[in-house]
Write a protein that binds this ligand. Structure first.
Ligand SMILES: [Zn+2]
Length: 411
């Protein structure tokens, strides 16, 4: 289980004191009163009890270290026969070099995009959800909060990160949102001179590595909007992208802000963090049902002439070109492509996809109640109108997005 990244054991301990040993909490941290500090439960005891009894971590499951690398390191410390150790060493080197290929390609293509008007490199990803209302109180950690989402599209040509920002009542984090924002970006923001597009994203199946995105990119290539699109996926565990650097800048600035009450406030802050950040406020009329729009044109199960089944989670490279099926490679260093014909009818490109949501999305009742408790207690009158417009769903339906980010596809 993961708790908010804003928490740690010390903070939890302070919350405990605040709630159950109020007199101790008041002198906690005051140096000159240290000799008066004799709480019933000491920090040492609290810490040991917490580690021994709860399997809880803080922050996002996406960490800076790589699980696979850690596992190899641990195995190499075992008293194993030399032969086995050498094998592990080789596997580890292979894993690390595969990771490096991705970053070398990103660097190389970035240079190309800067010098050639017909080439662009895009990276995209969702940031960790931001809470509303954001308040410095312990209550916020026990109650459900409303989330603000940020989908970043980074251009290597301009160095600009566009932040598509919206709250939980405007949209979700499904392939439809990813494709809608990408489509918006390609039509409205990217230079029309671009003919060759390189995409670098992580392996998150829900957003960046799924059949609908493949169908969308395939359609772009077939309708000759691009000569070619090459989508590269990193080695799992090594997916730090320029978007993550932008998120780091934003999160550092946010740590200094104790109170944020509306999505607009987040948008203003994010936009101010750097002159390379542009915020695109998302409205529901920007989110389309691409999934159902694309689906009828494509085969349900895809098998190529060598009877291989199309298995997206395995691929490190997917190449889209006009007048060709999609070309997929499991190896990233020297690509070995297998071609798959995914299309089953002539592409119907005259119609447009329908708007996905017709009205603001209701929250789950429990979430709505929690959010309103916080809003009524902490949000100033001027900003309350945002919360008064929230709605909840009857029964057990409605939006109740969890804190944690979606994990990468396990391969
Ligand atoms: Zn690794």
């Amino acid at each position: 289980m993961y708790l908010s990244p804003e928490l740690n054991v010390k903070k939890l301990y302070e919350l405990y004191l605040e709630k159950y040993e109020k007199d101790m909490f008041d002198i906690y941290g005051l140096k000159d009163k240290k000799h008066l500090f004799r709480p019933k439960v000491t920090y040492d005891f609290y810490f040991r009890y917490f580690k021994a009894n709860f399997n809880i971590s803080f922050g996002s499951p996406r960490s800076d270290t790589c699980k696979t690398c850690d596992e190899y390191e641990n195995k190499l410390k075992l008293p194993l026969p030399d032969e086995e150790l050498n094998q592990i060493k080789t596997s580890k080197q292979l894993h690390v070099s595969r990771a490096q290929v991705f970053f070398d390609a990103l660097k190389e293509k970035t240079e190309e995009a800067k010098n050639n008007p017909e080439v662009e490199v895009l990276c995209f990803d969702h940031q960790q959800n931001a809470p509303l209302p954001k308040v410095p109180s312990g209550d916020a950690f026990y109650l459900r909060q409303l989330w603000v989402f940020n989908f970043c599209i980074y251009s290597a040509k301009t160095g600009i990160s566009h932040f598509y920002m919206y709250d939980e009542t405007t949209g979700k984090k499904t392939p439809n949102e990813t494709i809608s924002f990408l489509d918006h970006y390609l039509k409205n923001i990217m230079s029309k001179d671009v003919k060759t597009l390189y995409i670098f994203s992580d392996n998150c199946a829900a957003q960046n590595k799924n059949g609908s995105l493949v169908q969308y990119l395939f359609t772009l290539a077939q309708t000759k909007q691009f000569q070619s699109i090459l989508h590269r996926y990193p080695e799992p565990g090594h997916s730090f992208l320029p978007c993550d650097r932008s998120f780091g800048v934003v999160e550092k600035a946010l740590r200094k802000m104790e109170r944020i009450f509306t999505p607009q406030e987040y948008m203003t802050h994010y936009g101010k963090c750097s002159r390379n950040f542009e915020v695109v406020p998302v409205e529901q009329n920007m989110i389309f049902d691409f999934v159902n729009y694309l689906k009828p044109n494509f085969k349900k199960t895809v098998i190529n002439q060598h009877r291989q089944k199309f298995a997206i989670s395995k691929y490190k490279l997917i190449l889209y070109e006009a007048n060709s099926g999609i070309q997929c490679s499991e190896s990233c260093n020297v690509p070995i492509y297998s071609t798959f014909n995914i299309q089953c009818s002539t592409l119907d490109t005259n119609t447009a996809p329908n708007q996905l949501y017709k009205e603001k999305l209701p929250l789950k009742k429990v979430k709505y109640d929690n959010v309103m408790v916080l809003a009524n207690q902490y949000v100033p009158k001027n900003d309350l109108s945002y919360y008064e417009k929230l709605t909840f769903a009857q029964g057990n339906t409605g939006s109740d997005v969890e804190m944690t980010n979606d994990e990468e596809t396990i391969e």
